[in-house]
Design a protein around this ligand. Structure first.
Ligand SMILES: [Zn+2]
Ligand SMILES: [Zn+2]
Length: 330
């Protein structure tokens, strides 16, 4: 029997443990993927730290998977063995609820999420629903494009929701922000980057990806913002961002989890400012982003870790010791 290795979370707030398992056999409609690289997303931290409730346990985290098709389950068409594929956070949807039927499958009532409710990519192999995998072609390094699969896709959805204004604020300059900054700059928009207070390294990092201004998250930007996207999981940034956007401007919360939002004066919301969240992704978002990212020349800053050092990668992300994205290599 062929054996795979996986980093497994037995219960929240404990370290992942390396385990060997039989390589799974893909069921009908599924593909077996040999993982080449898997990005580490902040959502993985929320799963490991118990901030997202009811994960499948034990669970193999990881939903920024780049790999090769190793075997096809019954009935799978459109993929060939050896083809490079991406596996994202949205693992499957029900296809019949009101959201699925109305083009909002990101809000499906009975979704499956990779690395949360089904095993993900902190492993040498994983099985995925073929309908929710994307062909990636051969351009680009496996590890360097892993952040596209979540930071890119959900970042893109957030970016779209932020509207077409010129001045865009990004709160929290990590994996998603450094991708969007490149797309936005390519489109002729102006990025204002907000980081933890006095994090000069992060501010320099933001400027190196095209931000016209970078400063502390409690600072007023030098110009009014048309919109802002908050990627840092910090509720206090909502009133801060509302203060920075113009009349009619929008604040988009791009994360799956955030600390409580403190109360704030109604005047910050007044004049038709809006606050909204972005949840998950649709396959349409993925097709849009995967077509625009190569044109925009998106390059990701990554730090590689061997699969066995997944716990270290998670700690480095948790403690803010990373610029760009951590990527696990099996
Ligand atoms: Zn559904
Ligand atoms: Zn993610």
């Amino acid at each position: 029997m062929a054996i795979m290795r996986a980093m497994v979370l037995d219960r929240p707030k404990t370290a992942l443990v390396m385990r060997e398992r039989p390589v799974p056999v893909p069921g009908a409609g599924e593909i077996l993927v040999e993982v080449k690289a898997c990005g580490v997303c902040r959502t993985d931290l929320h799963v490991v730290d118990g901030e997202l409730e009811h994960p499948k346990l034990p669970i193999v985290p990881g939903h920024e998977i780049v790999g090769r098709v190793a075997a096809l389950g019954a009935g799978v068409t459109g993929f060939a063995p050896g083809e490079r594929v991406g596996v994202p956070w949205l693992g499957a949807t029900c296809g019949v609820c009101r959201y699925c039927r109305s083009g909002a499958e990101n809000l499906c009532d009975a979704p499956v999420f990779t690395g949360y409710t089904r095993d993900g990519g902190y492993a040498t192999h994983t099985v995925a629903d073929a309908r929710f995998c994307f062909p990636l072609g051969e351009a680009g390094d496996d590890a360097e494009i892993t952040p596209w699969m979540c930071a890119g896709l959900i970042g893109w959805r957030s970016y779209r929701m932020a509207g077409a204004g010129t001045n865009l604020g990004l709160y929290g300059f990590g994996a998603a922000a450094h991708i969007l900054a490149q797309v936005a700059t390519w489109q002729g928009r102006r990025i204002f980057a907000f980081t933890r207070n006095d994090d000069k390294a992060a501010q320099d990092f933001a400027r190196s990806f095209g931000a016209v201004w970078a400063g502390n998250s409690d600072e007023a930007p030098p110009e009014e913002l048309d919109a802002a996207i908050i990627f840092a999981p910090v509720g206090a940034l909502v009133p801060a961002a509302l203060k920075a956007v113009r009349k009619g401007g929008r604040v988009v919360c791009g994360g799956i989890h955030m600390s409580d939002i403190p109360s704030f004066p109604y005047a910050l919301l007044w004049e038709e400012r809006q606050v909204m969240s972005v949840a998950n992704l649709t396959r349409q978002d993925a097709h849009e982003f995967l077509s625009i990212a190569p044109k925009a020349g998106v390059k990701c800053e990554i730090t590689r870790y061997p699969l066995a050092r997944a716990n270290e990668a998670l700690s480095d992300l948790r403690e803010g010791r990373l610029q760009g994205a951590a990527v696990l290599i099996p």
